[in-house]
Design a binder for this molecule. Structure first.
Ligand code: HAM
Length: 425
């Protein structure tokens, strides 16, 4: 037998039984974004490699080892986007959207990282991201965090996610802290694992992020960044905390929250859950004021976040989130050749009369019994039953498939009204 072609490891099909959850999430996202005045932007999936090198940072895991980079036919180095922040800013700069303006945007779609696949970590995954430009104060930091909270409540996830917060200060403050960390961890070189030794040279803040339990005590005793925060950074952070408290949003201060991308400054945050095992961060973001200039633009205020759609969907599936099932309203059983011809016309007429009706008409013939089984399996609430006799005299059988109820016969001419009443369209 010919061998089948398989999907790429870590890249998943989303099958029809899963798409209702995705659609529900997307619908809530659209609604909540509208409620805060964020406009949607759609961006290319491929960008010049340089964009990510210059924004995410040369010595981050993403740029060092996770990007899908390839040479275009003309030799340009291109990369499948590993995240959306860089592309969004590139687009705004390219189209001059940031000139003396504030801008609130959101986007969604697939991202690509060549990570080791495991539950909650994929090579193609989906993010929904939010970016807000031109607003330097903590008010917008609070807004994007409150927006994310509203999403969780819209998805019935309130109470299942914890907000962790930290401030990374300004670049100068971070450099001073970095020097202190190099000094501190340098004294304990012998205890460091190869990854941390490497990071000591390249990106010492990331050592704080290490999941190696042998390093936990050493990390816990490391100098705290809060001692290096300047007045402005501290005021900004306090301003955010005050606004979150006013909004009744509880948070946990996590001084070890450093994030895996280089562009952050001041506020960083993550929404985490203990329900998903190792990959418990469902949403993460922060301020990245320096990136606009770094990418050749003018202006210096930007904040955003991205949520991992697969991780959220996993939580929706696990909990009693009340997901819609991909079930039609009615299944039309049509037994016999002339009933099938008649049924086809009837189905079109019903769809004309009731634009919200979801009707699956049996195709591929079959006995009454086998069609009835398909009707049941479809999850439809009602079966419409059309035999040769009914077709001839303009009648149709109606049988509720959920929660009992007898079969009745109604005239086809009143069927639209019958269905309208039944489903309350
Ligand atoms: P990030 O922390 O790299 O941030 O990713 C954000 C979220 O995407 C993560 O919290 C996680 O839920 C999801 N995610 C990341 N990698 C994977 C993966 N391999 N498989 C499944 N889900 C994943 C960013 O990407 C920033 N661009 C966020 C941002 C926007 N900051 C400012 N604006």
């Amino acid at each position: 037998m010919t061998e089948k072609v398989q999907a790429i490891r870590g890249m998943h099909d989303i099958l029809p039984d899963r798409t209702p959850a995705w659609q529900r999430l997307e619908a809530e996202v659209r609604r909540v974004m509208g409620a805060y005045g964020y406009g949607e932007i759609r961006l290319p999936i491929v960008e010049k490699t340089e964009l990510f090198q210059r924004s995410i940072g040369e010595v981050t895991d993403i740029v060092e080892k996770e990007m899908y980079t390839f040479a275009d036919r003309n030799g340009d180095s291109l990369t499948l986007r590993p995240e959306g922040t860089a592309g969004c800013l590139r687009a705004c700069l390219e189209h001059g959207l940031l000139h003396n303006q504030v801008l609130r945007l959101w986007y969604g779609g697939p991202m690509f990282r060549h990570e080791r696949p495991q539950k909650g970590r994929y090579r193609q995954f989906h993010q929904i991201g939010v970016e807000a430009y031109g607003m330097p104060g903590p008010d917008i930091d609070a807004e994007v965090i409150l927006l994310s909270r509203r999403l969780w409540s819209a998805l019935n996830l309130a109470g299942r996610l914890e907000l962790q917060l930290n401030s990374l200060g300004t670049l100068e403050e971070r450099l001073a802290y970095r020097a202190e960390l190099v000094d501190y961890f340098g004294r304990y070189r012998a205890l460091l694992d190869p990854d941390s030794l490497r990071r000591l040279e390249t990106n010492p803040l990331r050592i704080l992020d290490s999941k190696n339990p042998d390093l936990a005590a050493l990390i816990a005793d490391a100098p705290a960044f809060s001692d290096f925060l300047g007045d402005e950074s501290r005021r900004h952070f306090d301003g955010l905390r005050e606004r979150l408290e006013l909004a009744g949003l509880a948070y946990v201060l996590n001084p070890r929250l450093v994030r895996g991308l280089d562009y952050y400054c001041k506020t960083v945050f993550e929404w985490v859950t203990t329900e998903l095992g190792a990959q418990g961060t469902v949403c993460a973001g922060g301020r990245y004021d320096g990136l606009i200039e770094q990418l050749g633009g003018r202006g210096s205020a930007a904040i955003g976040f991205a949520l991992g759609v697969e991780r959220l969907i996993e939580m929706l599936d696990d909990g009693a989130a009340g997901l819609d099932v991909a079930a039609p309203h009615v299944y039309l059983i049509q037994v016999g050749e002339s009933a099938e011809r008649h049924g086809g016309v009837l189905a079109e007429r019903l769809r004309d009369a009731l634009p919200h009706l979801q009707l699956v008409a049996n195709c591929g013939a079959g006995s009454f019994k086998s069609q009835f089984k398909r009707a049941d399996r479809s999850g439809a609430a009602l079966a419409l039953i059309l035999g040769e006799d009914e077709a001839r005299v303009g009648l149709i059988g109606v049988k509720p498939l959920r929660g009992g109820g007898d079969q009745t016969t109604v005239e086809q001419s009143v069927l639209p009204q019958y269905l309208r009443d039944f489903f309350r369209f």
